[in-house]
Design a protein around this ligand. Structure first.
Ligand SMILES: Nc1ncnc2c1ncn2[C@@H]1O[C@H](COP(=O)(O)OP(=O)(O)O)[C@@H](O)[C@H]1O
Ligand SMILES: [Mg+2]
Length: 256
């Protein structure tokens, strides 16, 4: 079985990478989880997951004649993690559309694929993870501009037949009146509010330590919020072969 979820938001800095690894670790208690850094132009998942020094990354795999994806899969924190390199030259020589084959190949051997995504509204190329995913988890900060960006992400997703698994509020402060905002947001998004993750120095400290939040501070309120999010996220039971076929034949937006 397999379902591919893109963790997405309109702009950068909302906490997509942090959330991808946190949701991944929480899901890994139940499922076989593979996390892919599909933010290929501004990859930084490797810094969040202690993988900054690895030899082979997704960039190498995406180059014509490159190694098979297995060479870029690392067992970390109970998950399979596929980091992406940070060199602009490598990004230039990589063919992002090959991500289809990479995800298809990973789909044959995992339960859940989480695609850490680029800010969707930043470029046409950034929609690729949304095109490939079954559903998106939209990461929002509890502000009107962020909600509005998130709705655009959902609009893109819908136009590629990608559903909304839920929304995740991040960097929530006590004075954000989240109790008022979340029910309103639910009227506009197709999926439920999965959790509200507090703004917290612990989350930043985990990033500085190069560890996913759930490894660095498993008892923190933020970590608990991600576990709660996963309790509300019912992973669907896709047929691996059918899902792999779909990825391979996905129609990639023209300007990629
Ligand atoms: N809940 C939070 N509280 C405080 N800082 C956070 C929180 N979530 C993320 N951050 C910080 O915000 C910055 C951006 O997070 P990141 O996950 O890299 O966002 P994105 O992938 O969306 O660009 C990082 O420095 C991260 O540590
Ligand atoms: Mg990121």
């Amino acid at each position: 079985m397999v379902e591919a979820l893109a963790v997405a938001s309109g702009k950068g800095g909302t906490g997509k990478t942090t959330s991808t690894l946190a949701l991944g670790m929480a899901l890994a208690e139940q499922y076989d989880v593979t996390v892919v850094d599909a933010d290929m132009g501004m990859a930084n998942l490797l810094f969040h997951a202690g993988l900054a020094d690895v030899e082979t990354t997704l960039h190498d795999v995406l180059v014509e004649g490159g190694p098979p994806v297995e060479a870029a899969v690392y067992d970390r924190y109970g998950m399979s993690v596929v980091p992406c390199g940070t060199s602009l030259a490598d990004f230039a020589s990589a063919d992002p559309t090959r991500l289809r084959d990479v995800v298809a190949s990973l789909a044959t051997d995992t339960d859940v694929i989480l695609l850490d995504s680029a800010a969707t509204l930043s470029s046409r190329a950034a929609v690729l993870p949304i095109v490939l995913a079954d559903r998106v988890v939209v990461v929002l900060e509890p502000t009107i501009p962020s909600l509005s960006d998130g709705l655009k992400v959902q609009e893109y997703a819908t136009s590629y037949d990608t559903g909304t698994a839920g929304i995740l509020f991040n960097k929530v402060r006590d004075d954000d009146a989240i109790d008022r905002i979340a029910p309103k947001a639910e009227r506009y998004f197709e999926g439920p509010t999965l959790a509200s993750v507090p703004a917290s120095d612990t989350v930043r400290a985990a990033r500085r330590a190069g560890q996913p939040l759930l490894a660095y501070a498993p008892e923190s309120a933020a970590a608990e919020a991600y576990r709660e999010a996963v309790r509300g996220l019912s992973v669907r039971d896709g047929d691996s072969a059918a899902v792999a076929d779909r990825f391979r034949s996905a129609v990639v937006p023209e300007s990629l």
